[in-house]
Design a binder for this molecule. Sequence first.
Ligand code: NAP
Length: 305
Amino acid sequence: MNSYDLIIIGGGPAGLTAGLYASRAKLKTLLIEKKAAGGQIATTEHIENYPGFAQGSGQELVKIMEEQAARFGAEFLAAGATAVDFSAQEKIITTGKGEFRAPAVIIATGCSARRLEVPGEKEFIGRGVSFCATCDGAFYEDLPVMVVGGGDAAVEEALYLTRFVEKVYLVHRRDALRATKIVQDRVFNNPKIEVVWNSVVEELQGDELLERVVVRNVKDGRKTEIAVNGIFIYIGFLPNTGFLAGQIRLNESGYVVTDDRMETSVPGVFAAGDCREKLLRQVVTATGDGATAAFAVEKYLENLR
Ligand code: NAP
C-alpha cells in the first residue's frame, strides 16, 4: 500500500511547491519531511524578497505553502529518509516509518548549517552556541553576542539580533562582506554592530555557559578574547545529500547535479532547491525548481505508460 506516483523527500519551499504542482496534476504524491515542514526558511524572521509576499516571517510563508500543497491532496509523512534504492524503475525510499515506493522521486532535502569545527563549539550548543537567531535571539536580551560570517544570512541575523541584545560583534574572515549591498549599509549604520574584520574564531570558552570567544586576526596573527554570552554561526551550508552517495551523481561539494529539467543522473529521479548544484539559493529559485521538477515528473510518467 506504500506505493505512490511520486515521492518528494524534503518539505521546504522546493518540496512543498513540487507537492502542490504534482498533486494538482493528480499524481498520487507523498511528501516526506523529518522535521516540521518549511526547511531553513521557517527559521528566518524576515522575508522581503519573495515576490508577492512583501513582508512577513518564514513561518508565515511556509504555512501558506503547506496548506496550498495539502489542499490538492498531497500526503505528508513525518519521517527521515535513511536510504534509497534507485537501481530499478520502481524506486524504494527507506524511512524510520517503513519503505515507500514510486517510479519518480524528487529530492528536495536542502542544506544544513556549516560548523566552525573549533574547540568549544559542540560543547556549548544550546548553552551559548546557536545556528538560529530567530529561535534563540530573545534569550540574549541586553547581553553581548557574536555573529560569525559575512554572507546575507550572517548580516541579516546580526541586524535582527540588535532588537534584543546589547551589542553584536560581527566576525568576518575577510575585509569585505559578501552580503547584498543594501543589508551591508544597514549593518554599517547600526550603532549596536561592531564588525571585526579579517578574523576567525579559534576557541569558545566558559564554565557552564559560554563566556568568551578567542578570535585570531588572520593578518597579524594577534589573538583577542571577546566577552559574549552567545555566538550565532552563519558560515554557509552543506547539502543534506549524504544518504544519496553512490545512487546519483553529486558534485565534489555534495550538491546534486541535474539538467534544466531538474533530472539527475538517474532517470525518474529529480532534485529541486538548495540541495541542487546551482548559482542562487533563495526561496524564489527553490519554488521555481519545485514547479519544474514536478512538471518534468508528469512528462516522465506519461512516457512510462
Ligand atoms: P554564504 O553566502 O555562503 O556566506 C557564508 C559566509 O561565511 C561567507 O561570508 C564566508 O566567507 C563565511 N565563511 C565560510 N566558511 C567559513 C569558515 N569556515 N569560517 C569563517 N567564515 C566562513 O552563506 P549564507 O549567508 O548562509 O547564504 C547562503 C545563500 O542564501 C546565499 O546565496 C545567500 O545569498 C542566500 N540568502 C539570501 C538571503 C536573502 O536574500 N534575504 C538571506 C539569507 C541567505 P567569505 O565571504 O570569505 O567566503
